[in-house]
Ligand binder design. Sequence first.
Ligand code: HEM
Length: 401
Amino acid sequence: MLSTEGFCSVGAEDSSDKSSAVYYYDALKYPCPPNLSIWWNMGSMLFLILGAQILTGILLTMNYTADEQLAVMSVDYIMRDANYGWIIRSLHMGGASMFFALIYMHIARGVYFGAYLKNPHVWYSGLTLYLLSMGVGFLGYVLPWGVMSYWGLTVITNMMTVIPGGARALDWFQGGFVITTVTLKRVFVLHFLLPFVILGFSLAHVLLLHMNGSSNPLGLDETNFSVPFHPYYSIKDLAGFALLLAGLVGMTFTFASLTADPLQWQPINKMKTPAVIKPEWYFLYAYAILRSIPHKAGGVFTMFAAIVGIAVFPMISGSEKFQSMKVCPPARLMFVIWAANFMFLTVIGAQEPAGGWVLAGQFGTILHLSMLVMIPMIKAEWESWLYAYIQPEKKDLVMSV
Ligand code: HEM
């Protein structure tokens, strides 16, 4: 039988005397539910990728030059001449894609298994991490100074103009009325610094999680039945690391430019706007939403609402006894629709915004926003309905347990 002995203790030295209690925190003994599935591996994998991104990023910095005239040449130097430069850059590019793939799976896990119900504060710190990561991902795309870098920066920074005083703020950020070397230097500094902020926030994210404990695939409270993190989940996380590194290295050596836009290899032409301006795949769903509204401020507002919309999950939900969707078929159906629609929007975001694609984008936008509200609502409703259906006469009794 698994024992719960030796977990994080309060008053471990002298538990009889509360005033001299020694509080200590031992992450290795952190009590975990015994039934955590592979979906609980994503968090530690995110940490690993974050570390790899910081390391490869620092190495790239040693040869990169943030200057309009020199950026393309310095990237070329990294790819052709610097020792193992192409490997380091490919790892960094592939790592960014993997980081976002993991974040999306991590968020989907939270939604499906209702982790936001048990840990709303972890959910909100996670949302902050997602926003910061989006910032870093976007800034990184600007650095190679290819066609998409320049036009992507133009589109996204111009979103600032929809807020009062935004035009002034844009000039201030650009360091002038147009994008120049000054802008590129600022982008580079932010891209270098923000990952360390993300690292700090990630540690806070996990500390917050450890205050309340992990949820689990069943979504039932299992605080009285737990196993220590080490060795049970330290081993499992290591297995996850091996898989992740194999995937990353495999991707780097076989499809090094898989996620890169071919236009990124062309030098900037400030006089010629490309027919389709698009970001990396991991922002395409948001980009599709931005373009589906035929009004600048409306589009920016809707896109922002669609991104931070997951913040409503803990607010809408009630005091469900079952956190997981496993016991709620209607919510599961909606979850599948939501996830499929995310992929649908990703495809739409890469198309020229004309004809049927615009209509499809509008349909996808409405579906995405309505699912954000419907999923937690249906989940809460289903549970009260279930209790009422199974034991109508005992409903109040069960709900108050
Ligand atoms: C840099 C990005 C992130 C890192 C490094 C990170 C790391 C972690 C780690 C290590 C865990 C514990 C293991 C696990 O449950 O997978 C965790 C749990 C969690 N994360 Fe994140 N995370 C990140 C982003 C996010 C985002 C974007 C969200 C959602 C908006 C989020 C929400 C959660 C929640 C709700 C839990 C608790 C799960 C539970 O109750 O079991 N995280 N995170």
